[in-house]
Design a protein around this ligand. Structure first.
Ligand code: ADP
Length: 263
């Protein structure tokens, strides 16, 4: 058949060009919006520990410094706030690097069952403080070698298990299950704590999203942990699954490839 007329062709080109431009503008607008929200969120989150620390310091300067017991208490609290600030800035940098894609993943073969032992050992003290028991299960007959970024997966496990402790009740339990399947291994972190309401579940991976805002900030969280976890797992072409029941507890899990070892 005949080709379309030159005029129609030009029109078509102009239209698709305009469409592409519109899309570009929409993306730019969205990015600007995102940045604005992000900066507003960050400013708010930074202010909280800064104002707390300043409050204690000003009270000391206004005379409380004369009282020895108050002096120590307020200095400790100011230090605690500044520690939280430090952690927040560190997590922000990590998340920013992840979101801008400059983070390199260093894949290596390692034993997942050992890594989980290390993470649990590190968190044992925090669990003891709240009288929370961590139980760890895996089949001793099986292999759990995987190929992944070890440090980043350490961070993922640390975050999930620490959350399971933080959002548990005193005297609660955390169960870590490592399972081997035909081609992958799975890590499950289960707690019998507070649980997460269904409407919050899909939002907990957003930066600064907390189910109970002030209480969970008080718990020492930055609200960035799960956002970082999600990015790390994306870098492994994996993702996190959650199921939770309010008042009963939560289950977080993810998969990694099983690395077959010779012999
Ligand atoms: P945070 O640093 O505040 O712990 P996260 O990104 O790790 O931030 O988690 C986001 C929010 O998801 C938490 O503030 C908490 O409300 C909720 N959450 C995460 N893990 C659990 C859990 N195991 N049980 C109940 N709530 C949880």
């Amino acid at each position: 058949g005949l080709s379309i007329s030159p005029l129609k062709r030009i029109n078509k080109t102009i239209n698709s060009y305009a469409q592409a431009k519109n899309q570009e503008i929409e993306t730019l607008k969205k990015n600007a919006e995102f940045r604005k929200d992000f900066i507003a969120d960050i400013s708010h989150e930074l202010k909280t520990p800064i104002f707390a620390a300043l409050g204690y310091i000003h009270t000391l300067l206004d005379g409380a410094v004369e009282d020895k017991s108050v002096r120590l208490k307020f200095l400790k609290r100011a230090a605690k706030s500044l520690n939280a600030l430090d952690k927040l800035v560190h997590d922000l940098l990590t998340l920013n690097q992840m979101e801008s894609g400059v983070v390199k993943f260093n894949f290596e073969v390692f034993d997942m069952k050992e890594l989980l032992h290390e993470v649990i050992e590190e968190l044992e003290q925090k669990a003891n403080k709240r009288d929370v028991l961590i139980r760890y299960f895996y089949d001793k007959e099986k292999e759990f070698m995987t190929k992944a970024d070890k440090d980043k997966i350490f961070r993922v496990c640390q975050n999930l298990i620490y959350n399971a402790i933080k959002y548990n009740n005193d005297g609660g339990e955390v169960e870590v299950n490592l399972k081997a399947h035909k081609n992958h291994i799975s890590v499950e972190v289960k707690d019998n704590g507070k649980g997460i309401p269904p409407e919050d579940i899909k939002r907990i991976f957003e930066r600064f999203y907390r189910v109970e805002k002030s209480r969970n900030r008080e718990a020492g969280g930055t609200g960035l942990g799960l956002a970082i976890v999600k990015h790390i797992l994306e870098g492994h072409k994996s993702k996190i699954s959650v199921s939770s029941t309010v008042g009963k507890g939560s289950l977080f899990s993810f998969d990694l490839p099983l690395e077959k070892v010779e012999g």
